[in-house]
Design a protein around this ligand. Structure first.
Ligand code: DGY
Length: 319
């Protein structure tokens, strides 16, 4: 029998099959398990490892309730702001994530959000579904050209860089802001702007790729939205916590923002439904990494991390 693990969300078939063969695994049958249910399953199974997901919050109080048998928490995500990693560390529990494998799909999806927002995809789709009633005049229902625009990226990690590569294919000028500047080879023509606020007035499109956490909480608020030029487009496939949604809604309603493409929200799945009433927003339910290939790769990477730690080796992706 392999090591005892709990997999807290249903996984792709390939990942579930591997979990069953390689481990003594309890697998969630649906997405209903919350933190309480996960803690219960871990205790009942005396689990040594947990594969978890972004919607299952493991704060310090939850970590304090984990049994001593638990040695590793592998989140099937690159973001790990739902886990108090410091609290886990003090209990000797290793926390791992799944970087790299979702970079391309997340960057592809960011371009989808960006293009959909610029080109009014949600409105066009709604017109077609309602039964396209009349043809439009040359000057009606016009979008915003995306090619050639200046794109600002907050957070130039792997995903930010992958978005920049794609944006260059659209002839965009790329600005970026981060806590440190990239080496020139990785910059590949992007311009570093150390001061995020100083970058904003130059961004015709702004895309967020910074992690969640206290440093970035509500980094986009009334003041920072106001620094964007009128008619800018806002894209977020990072974390909803980066945004003050009252300020975002106000900027969309006033026309200060032309449009937004959003995959993430402060409250998920109970997102602020006012966003869904705004025609100039393209919405997705936190799906940037959601392809068969990438979700399988993420699950496999989480299992690789469990196998390493439980086998007495160093984790591949400690956070
Ligand atoms: C992540 O990996 O952090 C995403 O938000 C979930 O795919």
């Amino acid at each position: 029998m392999g090591h005892r693990i709990v997999v807290a969300r249903p996984m792709t078939e390939a990942v579930a099959a591997r979990a069953r063969t390689e481990f003594d695994a309890v697998l969630a049958a649906d997405s209903a398990w919350d933190t309480e249910a996960v803690l219960h399953q871990l205790a009942a199974h005396e689990a040594e490892g947990l594969v978890t997901w972004v919607t299952i919050r493991m704060d310090a109080a939850a970590i304090a309730r984990l049994r001593p048998s638990l040695r590793v928490i592998a989140t099937c995500s690159v973001g790990f702001d739902h886990i108090d990693a410091a609290a886990a560390r003090t209990r000797g529990i290793v926390v791992t994530n799944t970087p790299d494998v979702l970079t391309d799909c997340t960057a592809d999806f960011t371009m989808l959000l960006l293009l959909a927002a610029c080109r009014r995809a949600a409105e066009y789709d709604a017109i077609m579904r309602a039964g396209w009633a009349r043809s439009y005049a040359v000057n009606e229902m016009l979008g915003l050209r995306a090619s050639g625009k200046t794109l600002g990226i907050l957070g130039m990690g792997r995903i930010g860089q992958a978005v920049a590569r794609r944006a260059r294919g659209f002839g965009m000028q790329v600005l970026y802001s981060d806590i440190r500047r990239l080496p020139a080879a990785l910059e590949d023509g992007s311009e570093f702007v150390a001061d995020f606020r100083a970058m904003l007035p130059r961004c015709q499109i702004l895309s967020l790729h910074a992690p969640g956490g206290p440093e970035t909480d509500r980094i986009m608020d009334r003041e920072t939205f106001a620094l964007l030029p009128r008619g800018a487009v806002f894209v977020n496939a990072a974390r909803g916590a980066l945004v003050d949604e009252e300020a975002l809604i106000a900027a969309l309603q006033s026309g200060h923002l032309f449009a937004a493409g959003l995959d993430v929200f402060r409250a998920e799945p109970a997102f602020d439904r006012r966003l869904a009433t705004l025609p100039n927003v393209f919405l997705a339910p936190h799906m940037a990494s959601a392809t068969e290939e990438t979700r399988t790769a993420m699950g496999m990477r989480a299992l690789d991390n469990l196998a390493a730690v439980l086998g007495g080796r160093a984790p591949l992706d400690p956070v």
